[in-house]
Ligand binder design. Structure first.
Ligand SMILES: Cc1ncc(COP(=O)(O)OP(=O)(O)O)c(N)n1
Ligand code: 3NM
Ligand code: MG
Length: 503
C-alpha cells in the first residue's frame, strides 16, 4: 500500500492507494488521500478545505480530525482539540517511520491567512528534526519559512530563494516558498526549489477578500495530483493554477463579515449558472426555428454577427448557433460573448458550432458537433451535465451513438441539397424520416430548408422532429428579420396542421 501524506502543524496527512479492487485487475480504486488535520468550523480551511479540494480534483479523501477549531470569517476565536502539540507531531513521525509512505507533503501551518498564530514555537524543533527530513515537499508561506529558519521577515524574491535553499538543507526533497504576502508584488510569485534549480511560479494576483484556506488547498491539491501519479513540479503547477482559478471564480462571493472569506473549491462542478439568465436545461421545443449563422454571409451583407443574431431573434428564432468557420479565435470569442448576452437577455439558448473551447470560454449554453468533430462523449465530459450538446447524424447508427454519448438532440440532413456546406450528402425527406423514427433524441432537420419547403419538412410529421435549422434562407438574405418572420409563420402553420391531424 502506498501513501501520499500531507502534514501540517494541524497534522494533516494524505494517503494514495492504487491497489486493484478486483482479482482481474479490471477495476482500480480511485486515487485516495487521507488527511489528518484540524477541523475549520468556518469550512474554508483545514479538513473541510482538504475534502473540497480533493473532490474538485477528482481524488477521494478520507479524514482523521486532530483538533476542533471554532472560527469564522473574522478569525480563529477558540481552539480545542489539540492541534499543534509536540505530542501529535511526534506520534505522527513515529507512524511515518513505521508505515513508510510514497510521498509526504508537509504544510507547516503556523500562521493562518487571517493572521492568527496556529502553532507555537515549541513544536518548531520537532518539525525541523522529525518531519522536514521525511518530507517530499514543504509548502511554507513567508512567515512560516522565516519561523522555520528562525530568521528575519522575507521581503523579496531573492530572500525567498535563499530561504528555499536553506529549508532544502533541512531535508525535504522539494521546497515551495509561497510569496502571496510579498509586499509590492503585482503577481503572486512562489519559489520552487528542487535542490538544483529554482523556478519562479507566477500567477495573476486576484483581488479578493476570499483567500481563507488557500494554503491548505494548495497543499491538498499537490497531494491529490501526486496521488494521481503526477511528478512534483507538474503537481505544484496544477495546484497553483487550481487555487488561482478558484480564487478568480469566487472573488465576488460574500460569505461572512470578516476581512477574509472562504472561496469556492468546487467551482468546476458549477455551470456558471449565476451569469446566465436562461433557465438551465434543454427543452426540445427550442429546436423549432434554429438559426445557424455564417461569417461569410454576414461579411457579404456587411453586418456584424451580433446584428445578425439580434435580427434572427426578433424574427422568432428559438435557438441560435454560431457557425463561424473562418473566424479568428480572438474575434470569435468576443462575438460569442456579446451574442451570449443578447441571447440570454431574450431567454434563447446559444450554441457554438465545433468549438468547445469557445463555448467554455463564453459560457454558451452548449455546442453542436459533427461526425468528424470532437466526439460528443468527450464534449460532455468537458462541458458537464447541464450544457446542451447536438450531434449531426445521417444514419440510424450515428443517432444511436449520439444518444449513448449523452447528446441532447441530433441535427439530421441534408434534407435538400445545399451550397452552404461543401460536399454534403443529401439524405432527403426519406433519410430524415428513417433517422427520426429510430432516434431516441429529438431531431432538427437541416440542409437547403427555406420558407418554401419548411412546411413539407414539418408535415412529414415524424415523431421526434422538433424543427428546422437554417443558414442561408435567413442570413444570405437582405433582411434577416423579414425572412425569419416568414419562416416562423410557415412553421407555425405546419405545427397547427400537424396538431389538427393528430387529434
Ligand atoms: C443543427 C445542426 N445540424 C447539423 C450541423 C452540421 O454540423 P457538422 O456536421 O459538424 O458540420 P459543420 O456545421 O461543422 O460544417 C450543424 N452545424 N447544425
Ligand atoms: C451546416 C449544415 N449541416 C448540414 C448537414 O446535413 O448536416 S447541411 C448544412 C448547411 C445548411 O445550410 P443551409 O440552410 O444554407 O442549406
Ligand atoms: Mg462541425
Amino acid at each position: 500500500m502506498a501513501y501520499t501524506q500531507v502534514l501540517s502543524t494541524s497534522c494533516m496527512f494524505y494517503k494514495e492507494d492504487r491497489v486493484p479492487m478486483t482479482s482481474d485487475n479490471s477495476k482500480m480504486k480511485p486515487p485516495h488521500v487521507l488527511t489528518v488535520a484540524g477541523s475549520d468550523s468556518g469550512a474554508g480551511a483545514g479538513i473541510q478545505a482538504d475534502l473540497k479540494t480533493c473532490a474538485a480534483r477528482g481524488v477521494y479523501c478520507s479524514t482523521v480530525i486532530t483538533a476542533v477549531t471554532a472560527q469564522n470569517t473574522v478569525g480563529v476565536q477558540v481552539k480545542t482539540g489539540m492541534l499543534p502539540s509536540v505530542g501529535i507531531v511526534s506520534v505522527l513521525s513515529q507512524s511515518l517511520h513505521e508505515f513508510p509512505v510514497r510521498a509526504l507533503v508537509v504544510d507547516p501551518v503556523m500562521v493562518s491567512t487571517s493572521g492568527d498564530v496556529l502553532a507555537g514555537p515549541s513544536i518548531l524543533a520537532e518539525f525541523r528534526e522529525e518531519l522536514l527530513p521525511m518530507a517530499d515537499i514543504i509548502t511554507p508561506n513567508l512567515k512560516e519559512a522565516s519561523a522555520l529558519l528562525g530568521c528575519q521577515q522575507l521581503k523579496t524574491v531573492s530572500d525567498m530563494r535563499s530561504a528555499a535553499k536553506l529549508l532544502h538543507e533541512m531535508g525535504p526533497r522539494y521546497v515551495i516558498v509561497k510569496g502571496g504576502d510579498l509586499p509590492d508584488s503585482l503577481d503572486a510569485v512562489d519559489v520552487f526549489f528542487d535542490g538544483q534549480d529554482f523556478y519562479e511560479l507566477r500567477s495573476s494576483r486576484i483581488k479578493t477578500r476570499n483567500t481563507h484556506g488557500t494554503g491548505c488547498s494548495l497543499a491538498s491539491c499537490i497531494a491529490a495530483e501526486l496521488a494521481k501519479g503526477s511528478s512534483m513540479l507538474p503537481a505544484v503547477k496544477v495546484a497553483k493554477r487550481y487555487v488561482e482559478t478558484a480564487l478568480d471564480y469566487s472573488k465576488d462571493i460574500a460569505i461572512g463579515n470578516g476581512t477574509q472569506g472562504p472561496f469556492d473549491h468546487i467551482f468546476r462542478l458549477k455551470s456558471n449558472g449565476q451569469k446566465s439568465h436562461r433557465q438551465v436545461g434543454f427543452n426540445p421545443s427550442d429546436l423549432f426555428l434554429y438559426a445557424v449563422t455564417d461569417s461569410g454571409m454576414n461579411e457579404k451583407w456587411g453586418r456584424s454577427i451580433t446584428d445578425a443574431v439580434k435580427a434572427a431573434i426578433e424574427g422568432g428564432a428559438t435557438i441560435v448557433q454560431l457557425r463561424e468557420k473562418d473566424a479568428e479565435t480572438h474575434k470569435f470569442l468576443e462575438a460569442a460573448k456579446a451574442c451570449c448576452e443578447i441571447c440570454h437577455s431574450h431567454g434563447i439558448p446559444l450554441l457554438i458550432n465545433d468549438r468547445i473551447d469557445i463555448a467554455l470560454a463564453c459560457d454558451a449554453d452548449g455546442v453542436h458537433v459533427g461526425q468528424s468533430d470532437m466526439p460528443a462523449s468527450v464534449a460532455r465530459t468537458l462541458l458537464g451535465p447541464e450544457k446542451i450538446i447536438g450531434v449531426s447524424c445521417k444514419t440510424i447508427e450515428q443517432a444511436h451513438q449520439a444518444w449513448i454519448d449523452g447528446a441532447d438532440y441530433i441535427g439530421c440532413g441534408g434534407v435538400y441539397p445545399t451550397n452552404t456546406k461543401a460536399n454534403n450528402l443529401t439524405v432527403g425527406l426519406e433519410g430524415l424520416k428513417t433517422v427520426c423514427k429510430a432516434s431516441k433524441l429529438p431531431v432538427v432537420a437541416i440542409g437547403g430548408i427555406n420558407a418554401s419547403n419548411a412546411g413539407s419538412v414539418m408535415e412529414t410529421a415524424v415523431q421526434n422532429l422538433k424543427g428546422v435549422a437554417v443558414v442561408s434562407a435567413l442570413f444570405d438574405r437582405e433582411c434577416i428579420l423579414t425572412e425569419t418572420r416568414k419562416l416562423h409563420a410557415v412553421l407555425k402553420t405546419a405545427a397547427s396542421m400537424t396538431l389538427q391531424r393528430t387529434h
